[in-house]
Design a protein around this ligand. Structure first.
Ligand SMILES: NC(=O)c1ccc[n+]([C@@H]2O[C@H](COP(=O)([O-])OP(=O)(O)OC[C@H]3O[C@@H](n4cnc5c(N)ncnc54)[C@H](OP(=O)(O)O)[C@@H]3O)[C@@H](O)[C@H]2O)c1
Length: 327
């Protein structure tokens, strides 16, 4: 299939590599100002910090033109703050037969894209791996490579076959479950800590549970169906987090292949002074809580803290300072 990756950062680079490995014809769309940098990359590489084999592949085609003729699958791999600008660059109508695959975190993007592109197949790809880009076309993978498609289209479900990436098929409930776990991004972002810190430091774990408890109350009030990406119900997951010592970390290591160096990308966004995706993560809980009249004070405080960090108005907090600020 002809695949066009838009947003060749951490996720885009890893997906490009596995798509090339699976034998697809892959092109990467980059901003015109960055084209030369990408074209000077020697290869397309994904270095794994775990047991997954690293990949070093021929550089895919680089383009600064959004020419969608003959593209079968268009992967959107930008972050939320860049999405409105990107959508403006896309034509009003996408070519017939093209499947649009948003890879951004969060829920609620599909209905927006369906409205913007009626008649186009929209298939959300949930990114279960963690990666960070080091330089153009070179990324570090700090978990097992795993993705989940919310689609029944067999061509899409099978498109990574043979590449080494683990593919799952999920529904909307899984996207809401992933959102719940992704609320950790802001906890790690505010304290510049790793997933390992989050799951082994009692103070951070307590903050994470507080944030998720509010989200669960909101989900229940709004009748949101959710399936957690961990194989246990929320009550048990919560209990393990609070009372199980390092067990939650061991599960994450075993199930996702998480390594010690894995930071959620919000931590990198904050240190780099970039706008984060907080509105599309904890902001969703805050907004749904507002609609359903369920208070979300811990999420509210965490959101305003992240806004202050984005604006450079304060520095990242120690776990203890974060806990005092949030709870
Ligand atoms: N990283 C992870 O481990 C991970 C895991 C799960 C989910 N996700 C989700 O995946 C999504 C992408 O995250 P990411 O970490 O891959 O972000 P990222 O590393 O910041 O990459 C985004 C890329 O999009 C490019 N871009 C933005 N606007 C563009 C435009 N108009 N035209 C062309 N390129 C454009 C950026 O280029 P410039 O550098 O030139 O701006 C950058 O290379 C997010 O929603 C994130 O939450 C990420």
């Amino acid at each position: 299939m002809r695949c066009l990756i838009v947003g060749t950062g951490s996720v885009g680079t890893v997906l490009a590599a596995y798509l090339v490995k699976a034998g697809h014809d892959v092109a990467c769309y980059v901003r015109p100002s960055r084209r030369a940098e990408y074209e000077s990359a020697a290869s397309l590489s994904v270095q794994s910090t775990g047991r997954t084999p690293s990949l070093d592949l021929p550089r895919p085609a680089i383009t600064d033109q959004l020419n969608l003729q003959d593209v079968d699958v268009l992967f959107l791999c930008v972050k939320h703050p860049a999405l409105p600008g990107l959508l403006e660059q896309l034509p009003a109508t996408l070519p017939q037969g093209l499947a649009l695959v948003p890879c951004l975190n969060g829920v609620g993007l599909k209905p927006k894209l369906r409205k913007r592109f009626p008649g186009t197949e929209i298939a959300q790809l949930t990114i279960m791996f963690n990666a960070r880009v080091e330089q153009p076309l070179s990324a570090i993978l700090t978990t097992k490579p795993e993705v989940q498609f919310n689609t029944n289209n067999r061509d899409l479900l099978e498109m990574f076959d043979g590449s080494g990436i683990v593919m799952g098929q999920v529904d909307d409930a899984a996207e809401w479950g992933k959102l719940l776990i992704n609320l950790n991004n802001a906890v790690c972002g505010a304290s510049y800590t790793t997933f390992k810190d989050l799951l082994t430091n009692k103070v951070l774990t307590g903050v994470f549970v507080k944030i998720m408890d509010e989200a669960i109350a909101v989900y229940e009030a709004a009748n949101v169906r959710y399936t957690l990406p961990v194989p246990v119900p929320y009550k048990l997951y919560r209990w393990i987090l609070l009372n199980g010592g390092p067990i939650a970390w061991w599960i994450a290591r075993f199930k996702n292949g998480l390594t010690d160096q894995a930071y959620p990308s919000m931590a990198a966004d904050i240190t780099a002074g970039r706008k984060t995706e907080i509105e599309h993560l904890n902001g969703v809980i805050q907004e749904l809580g507002r609609v359903k009249r369920i208070p979300t004070p811990a999420n509210d405080r965490l959101i305003s803290l992240i806004h202050q960090l984005e604006a450079g108005e304060r520095k990242t907090l120690s776990p203890e300072e974060l806990s005092r600020t949030i709870t």
